[in-house]
Ligand binder design. Structure first.
Ligand SMILES: [Ca+2]
Length: 335
């Protein structure tokens, strides 16, 4: 994860430099052109009607220069109420004795019957498996990883049992998270997610990979017995407070300002619109099917939704039939 984070920081630095070479981001207000979908024939027939209504947006706002706090997640999609509790997190490899294939991590009453049982793991490097053990119960997961974190937690206080989340690195910082709970004499998989799990005072967050608009990943909260995502929308991963402080000119609310070099078709207030080239945009969120992105202009006066055709086989992101890297000149992860 450290490698991924360092990589992301380098990516963000390069992005910021690229944006900086294309003019001062705040030297002009964002311009959004709204088209009128109700009168397509009139637009085609009349030259005057082809001039769409243009909304000039107010002066851009400069972020507080001295504010070095970790940026808040922009906008207010509903986020899960706190229903989760982290009891303990185990770095499995640190618990392993040298040469051992398994270890007991702790004693805990995972099933809620009032009696503690031993929770542990066994690793089979020949079969590439990880077996999670809870007393008499066990489950074997496929894994080629040697980096494991196991979260002992209570995902839903209304259930009698507690949960385990196994977070394994399959190589190249490609994590998979498996949420488990005890049921009878078995451990049951609630959900497996491609992503890295972290926890804060609000929820468990899963960092999922994406390539939308040059990002590397996005996060969203998961909670509940089924370890379900609490929002359709993922928040783009935010860089560190130190990085934000050092790169104020191209950052806003923790994201990188993307420099538009092509008019971007989008939806504003439910109406078709175009954000004209020359503006800088901030990617706020994207949805879990990678088909929509929420963006805002750098002064945050206009928020828009961009429809994206995601070709998963070729990992291509197309906007109005054009690859995303033709819209911006400072994407780090291009198609
Ligand atoms: Ca028990």
């Amino acid at each position: 994860m450290k490698k991924l984070f360092a990589f992301l920081l380098i990516a963000l630095l390069l992005c910021s430099l690229a944006c900086g070479t294309n003019g001062t981001p705040n030297d002009a207000g964002a311009e959004v052109t709204r088209t009128n979908p109700a009168e397509p024939d009139a637009q085609a027939a009349s030259p005057e009607a082809q001039q769409p209504e243009t909304a000039q947006v107010s002066e851009t706002a400069q972020p507080e220069a001295q504010d070095t706090e970790t940026p808040e997640i922009p906008e207010s999609d509903p986020v899960a109420k706190l229903r989760t509790e982290l009891i303990e997190v185990f770095d499995v490899m640190e618990h392993m004795e040298i040469g051992a294939s398994g270890t007991t991590l702790c004693s805990h009453d995972l099933d809620g019957d009032g009696t503690e049982e031993d929770i542990g793991v066994e690793i089979d490097m020949e079969e590439d498996t990880l077996t999670v053990i809870d007393g008499e119960r066990s489950i074997t997961l496929e894994s080629s990883s040697m980096v494991y974190y196991i979260y002992l937690c209570d995902l839903d206080a209304s259930s009698p049992y507690h949960n385990l989340i196994v977070c394994a690195d399959w190589g190249s910082d490609s994590f998979i998270a498996t949420a488990l709970h005890p049921e009878g004499d078995r451990l049951i998989i609630d959900r497996q997610v491609d992503g890295y799990v972290s926890w804060d005072d609000e929820a468990f967050w899963v960092d999922e990979l994406t390539g939308i608009f040059g990002t590397n990943s996005g996060v969203r909260p998961y909670s509940g017995d089924a370890f379900e995502p609490e929002s359709e929308w993922l928040v783009c991963a935010v860089p560190s407070a130190e990085y934000v402080a050092e790169n104020r000119q191209n950052l806003y609310e923790g994201g990188v300002l993307l420099h538009l070099v092509r008019d971007l078709p989008c939806t504003v207030d439910g109406q078709p619109a175009v954000i004209t080239k020359g503006n800088c945009l901030l990617l706020l969120r994207f949805n879990d099917s990678h088909t929509q992105a929420k963006v805002c202009t750098e002064d945050r006066s206009v928020q828009a939704i961009v429809d994206i055709d995601f070709n998963e086989e070729e990992w291509l992101y197309l906007i109005d039939g054009v690859e995303q890297d033709e819209y911006f000149d400072n994407l780090f992860y291009a198609d």
